[in-house]
Design a protein around this ligand. Structure first.
Ligand code: ATP
Ligand code: RBF
Length: 367
């Protein structure tokens, strides 16, 4: 088990049910993106851990309290505390069935950060393998949720499916869990009303998409470069988080040094091209408030300089200094243009200058 801790707040990440802290209030799902639909599913388990629904005492575990991993096997909590827990699958079931690695909106570290900011105490990663995928819905509830995780309450989205061949529905879960006196909240699917309203005023020959907020919709939206919509569906900006690595030291020669980001290899990338972004340089000292900078980012192969591989690089406006080895959080705000091959570096330089002007204008008006 891995304890990721920052500012005294911890999310316990248990890679097996034996390592989980119990009893639990469980939000079940894949939760890639931790978007606003996911957040609604997670909400009820936070309430129960706070004791607002009469289950559990709501007794607070001191933030960052050191818990030794050897103490952490399904210990019933002596305080009566119910751990707000997200239970998910690792690898993503689709990756298991197809054998193809799947790019994620929120790779593990980012998912943990997002869950922490919502107030989740524990993330349990169920190893998705042949054995787990063959469990019947009845066995999944009895063995994993009840026996191993000592679940007191469950929350799922309306389209949740589980067990062998995805046979079990959210309603089945409700019926099965009722046998153990465990209440199940089924959260209705959230829709993107902003776009539904827009669609309803469009010509009626266009297919009206149902606007259901989903990981796939956000991936499509990012692939199309519609960052504003993706951010609305996520309930926060889509971010690329990584460490700055050295490149060919070319950027500085054209007056635009760029921090090259190394991202988790399973991070989902949006449409290639140039973006207006905000950049947080993560401090080594957590007491200091992180500083937010304005910037421009390019995702692409840099055809003008005969680049051989795709890179993600950011130029910070009105900033100078050394970023090598630092961790940056890049928040995407708006797609500006596709990447182009310029006949000469001078033309690229003129274009980047223009990109900076446009980005400055956008970033001064949009969040
Ligand atoms: N405004 C700025 N924005 C981004 N990086 C900056 C800025 N000012 C200074 N730097 C520093 O300069 C480095 C980038 O310089 P430069 O682009 O010349 O070389 P590089 O890292 O080898 O990248 P590339 O291969 O893209 O040229 C950054 O990693 C950072 O340490
Ligand atoms: C805002 C911005 C826009 C860029 N646009 C392009 C582009 O259109 N074509 C290209 O080949 N490289 C582009 N680059 C990458 C550029 O070639 C690279 O930063 C330098 O050559 C240094 O590696 C861009 C970089 C930035 C920061």
């Amino acid at each position: 088990m891995l304890n990721l801790s920052q500012n005294g707040c911890s999310v316990w990440v248990a890679s097996s049910t034996e390592l989980a802290r119990t009893p639990t209030a469980i939000a079940l799902g894949k939760f890639d993106g931790v978007h606003i639909g996911h957040q609604k599913v997670i909400q009820p388990v936070l309430q129960s851990a706070r004791g607002e629904d009469g289950r559990g005492t709501g007794e607070k575990i001191p933030e960052g309290a050191p818990i030794h991993p050897s103490q952490s096997s399904t210990l019933p909590s002596s305080s009566g505390h119910i751990y707000s827990t997200v239970v998910t699958f690792d690898p993503h079931p689709q990756e298991f069935f197809t054998g193809q690695p799947r790019a994620l909106l929120t790779p593990l570290d980012e998912k943990v950060q997002q869950l922490r900011s919502l107030g989740v105490e524990q993330l349990v990663l169920l190893p998705f393998d042949k054995e787990l995928s063959a469990l019947s819905p009845q066995d999944f509830v009895a063995k994993i949720l009840v026996q191993q995780l000592q679940c007191q309450k469950i929350s799922v989205g309306q389209d949740f499916c589980f067990g062998k061949k995805r046979m079990g529905t959210a309603q089945d879960l409700q019926i099965l869990a009722a046998q153990y006196n465990i209440p199940v909240t089924i959260v209705p699917l959230q829709t993107d009303t902003g776009d539904l309203l827009k669609n309803s005023s469009c010509s009626n020959t266009e297919p009206i998409e149902d606007g259901r907020i989903s990981t796939s919709l956000i991936r499509q939206t990012l692939e199309a470069g519609d960052i504003q919509r993706a951010n609305r569906l996520l309930g926060r900006p889509y971010t690329l988080t990584g460490v700055v690595i050295p490149g060919q030291q070319l950027g500085r020669t054209i007056g635009f040094p760029t921090a090259n980001l190394q991202l988790p290899k399973d991070k989902f990338l949006p449409l290639q091209g140039v973006y207006a972004v905000r950049v947080i340089i993560l401090n080594e000292t957590p007491e200091n408030l992180p500083i937010q900078n304005l910037g421009v980012m390019n995702i692409g192969n840099r055809p003008t300089v005969n680049g051989t591989h795709s890179s993600v690089e950011v130029h910070l406006l009105d900033w100078s200094g050394d970023l090598y080895g630092k961790n940056l959080v890049v928040q995407l705000v708006k797609f500006l243009r596709p990447e182009q091959k310029f006949p000469a570096l001078e033309a690229l330089k003129t274009q980047i200058q223009l990109d900076c002007t446009v980005a400055r204008e956008i970033l001064s008006t949009q969040c």
